[in-house]
Design a binder for this molecule. Structure first.
Ligand code: HAM
Length: 423
């Protein structure tokens, strides 16, 4: 029997040429997180399934890779990192001095219908601040996102970030239209599907929640708001939803990234736990799926049986951003990081070549020592393919004089160098 050599549908292999790109991208995730004073954490990819059972009709729940382990426990491959983060925060309890700023780059698993930019596994850079109730936390996170995008060579002409607050829809639905507060989350999850489902399906789902189908019109009207002035006119100048968003946009001015932001009430996000600010970065060319998304979730911890703490954060996948960079011609050409290739001219010089390689490695250089008997022509071709900087040949006459032959592969210059002077 021959097996299928492709990775499981929706998953990716990372042979070195792909891995280089991933490492490069993660390097920017990490460097940005460090610029903003975040500390890295991690958690197991396998979690208790109960962590993701939220009964709000979220897409993510239906896409769960859940199964029973050999001990009869229901477990799941994490579809996102936020529940694991909440679990760790609760587990640390009072011993943890808040606020914390933590980041992680977990691989997440979702049984998605595949489209461009959506796979069944992806790596998702997460940055979260726990313990800060004000929109200052959101402003800091948006600062990290725009800094990261800027590092990659993208500008606010390429990417925008839609910002809104769940409090906008909440004000209209619960304060004005009398939708019971306990139905609000389910309505948000449903609203997120507005563009994907036909109107009748939305109306049916509203009816299942015990709500009038005609709510759709008020919802669509609210979602069409695109300016804070109009929002203030609808709610009132002092409404919490208005003042918070205004403050956030003012902070964005102070940071200097306001040109990336747009207020857009159509953003509600499809996850149940958000309670306030929500945001999503999008490609201004409008060809790709959401680049990243996040928001405030002040009441997630109590759904796990603990005491709540104010929290907000975002998840930023590795798939869409690479598509965007490819489209914009911003992907770097990366070669392997080999500094030197060391080659023994003949078998009796192998110990000498090993000495040279060992000396170079101890000095911190990356060395590819050719391990088999090969012709010089092969060695040069190999060094070229490896993208090495220097080819170092250990040949009889030079070695007797304490020298090796060094070729600079960029300039083609060749000279004899004393072994002590190699580093
Ligand atoms: P999310 O919107 O479900 O949020 O995912 C965040 C980002 O992960 C998306 O914008 C996208 O970049 C990437 N992503 C999600 N699913 C896929 C997929 N199937 N293939 C490729 N990329 C994908 C969350 O997961 C929240 N937990 C984020 C968060 C953190 N909120 C607060 N803290």
């Amino acid at each position: 029997m021959s097996i299928d050599l492709n990775p499981v549908r929706g998953t990716r292999d990372f042979p070195p040429e792909q891995m280089r790109l991933r490492t490069w991208l993660f390097g920017h995730f990490r460097a940005t997180a460090a610029q903003f004073g975040f500390e890295e954490y991690d958690a197991p990819v396998l979690e208790s399934e109960a962590l993701y059972i939220r009964k709000a009709g979220e897409e993510i729940t239906g896409q769960l890779y859940g199964f029973e382990d050999k001990g009869g426990r229901r477990v799941a491959l994490r579809p996102e990192m936020t529940p694991s983060l909440a679990r760790i925060i609760l587990q640390k309890g009072g011993g943890l001095a808040l606020p914390v700023r933590w980041y992680s780059i977990p691989q997440c698993w979702r049984y998605e219908r595949m489209t461009r930019g959506r796979k069944r596994e992806h790596f998702q850079w997460n940055m979260d601040i726990v313990g800060v109730p004000g929109v200052g936390a959101e402003a800091e996170l948006l600062g990290a996102i725009t800094t990261f995008l800027g590092r990659l060579g993208l500008t606010s002409a390429d990417v925008g970030i839609k910002v809104s607050s769940r409090k906008v829809l909440q004000a209209v639905l619960t304060e004005t239209l009398g939708v019971p507060a306990d139905k609000f989350t389910a309505v948000c999850v449903l609203v997120d599907k507005l563009e994907k489902l036909p109107r009748e399906a939305i109306e049916t789902e509203l009816a299942e929640l015990g709500l009038q189908g005609s709510l759709v019109d008020s919802i669509i009207e609210t979602l069409s708001l695109r300016s804070l002035v109009d929002l203030a006119a609808l709610l009132s100048d002092e409404h919490e939803a208005v003042t918070e968003l205004r403050e956030l946009f003012a902070l964005a001015e102070a940071y200097g990234y306001a040109d990336w932001l747009v207020f857009d009430a159509s953003v509600v996000r499809g996850l149940a736990y958000y309670t306030g600010t929500v945001f999503e970065a999008f490609d201004r060319g409008a060809t790709l799926r959401a680049i990243c998304g996040g928001g405030r979730y002040d009441r997630l911890l109590s759904t796990f049986g603990g005491a709540d703490a104010p929290a907000c954060g975002f998840g930023f996948g590795d798939v869409v951003i690479l598509e965007l960079l490819k489209d914009k011609g911003l992907l770097p050409t990366l070669s392997s990081a080999v500094d030197d290739v060391v080659f023994a001219w003949s078998e009796d010089l192998r110990p000498a070549a090993i000495q040279v390689a060992t000396r170079l490695r101890a000095a911190g250089r990356s060395v590819d020592l050719i391990l088999e008997r090969k012709k010089p022509k092969w060695a040069f071709k190999h060094a070229d393919r490896a993208g090495a900087h220097r080819m170092i040949m250990v040949a009889p006459t030079e070695w007797e004089a304490g020298m090796v032959s060094v070729k600079d592969l960029a300039t083609g210059e060749q000279s004899n160098v004393a072994v002590e002077e190699l580093t």
